[in-house]
Design a protein around this ligand. Structure first.
Ligand SMILES: Nc1ncnc2c1ncn2[C@@H]1O[C@H](COP(=O)(O)OP(=O)(O)OP(=O)(O)O)[C@@H](O)[C@H]1O
Ligand SMILES: [Mg+2]
Length: 190
């Protein structure tokens, strides 16, 4: 973990934590751990190349939140709502709104999804959200997933097989805003 604190403005604090994710299960586990801290009104912005693990991380969030339906790549669906299911003790937490902003043309198309109306009552996760979804809330978790390129060719004459599963991912988690000021992400994720 590397920690850094510092305000982007008077009302904004941010802490940055980096993590190695050796496999899909650890990506899912990161989502599950973070979801233990998430509550209604929280926004998570996921950034990373195709196949970086954004949906996998969201699956971990959905599992801990205990929501209805399978969290999947919303191929033709831009936003999918997963309502909360009752837990064993009869309580239920917030639902999950899972957005894929990949095909969104800009802020007006994001606005058209009317995420504002569900934001306060759910956890909202936006894949491909960087540069767009920040407009939704001053407080948010921004998570970047980086996937290293495939191993160098052993024989330059032979084309490398690109294995979508291969390669440790690096996660960079930035907590932005007063909401996260009292949360020690470094301790949570260590
Ligand atoms: N840390 C990891 N190490 C190796 N493989 C991983 C890791 N995390 C996820 N994967 C695998 O990578 C593949 C792509 O993951 P996923 O669909 O979550 O990516 P994505 O970022 O949502 O992609 P897209 O940009 O298409 O939405 C899946 O097969 C998943 O199991
Ligand atoms: Mg995805």
């Amino acid at each position: 973990m590397s920690g850094a604190t510092g305000g982007q403005s008077d009302i904004t604090t941010s802490e940055v934590v980096t993590l190695e994710l050796p496999d899909a299960e650890s990506t899912r586990a990161l989502g599950a751990t973070l979801a233990g801290e998430l509550r209604a009104g929280d926004l998570v912005i996921l950034t990373g190349d195709l196949g970086a693990g954004k949906t996998t991380l969201t699956q971990g969030i959905g599992a801990t939140l205990h929501v209805r339906g399978q969290v999947a790549s919303p191929t033709f669906i831009v936003a999918r709502e997963h309502p909360p299911l009752p837990r064993a003790d009869g309580t239920s937490g917030p639902g999950l709104v899972h957005v894929d902003a990949y095909r969104l043309g800009g802020l007006s198309e994001l606005d058209a999804l009317d995420l504002d109306s569900s934001l306060a009552d759910t956890v909202t996760v936006v894949e491909w959200g960087r540069g767009l979804a920040e407009a939704l809330a001053d407080d948010r978790l921004e998570i970047d997933l980086e996937r290293p390129r495939g191993a160098p060719l052993f024989d330059p004459g032979v084309a490398a097989e690109e294995d979508p599963e291969a390669g440790t991912r690096k996660a960079t988690i930035r907590a932005v805003g007063q909401r996260w000021a009292g949360v020690d992400l470094g301790a949570l994720l260590s």
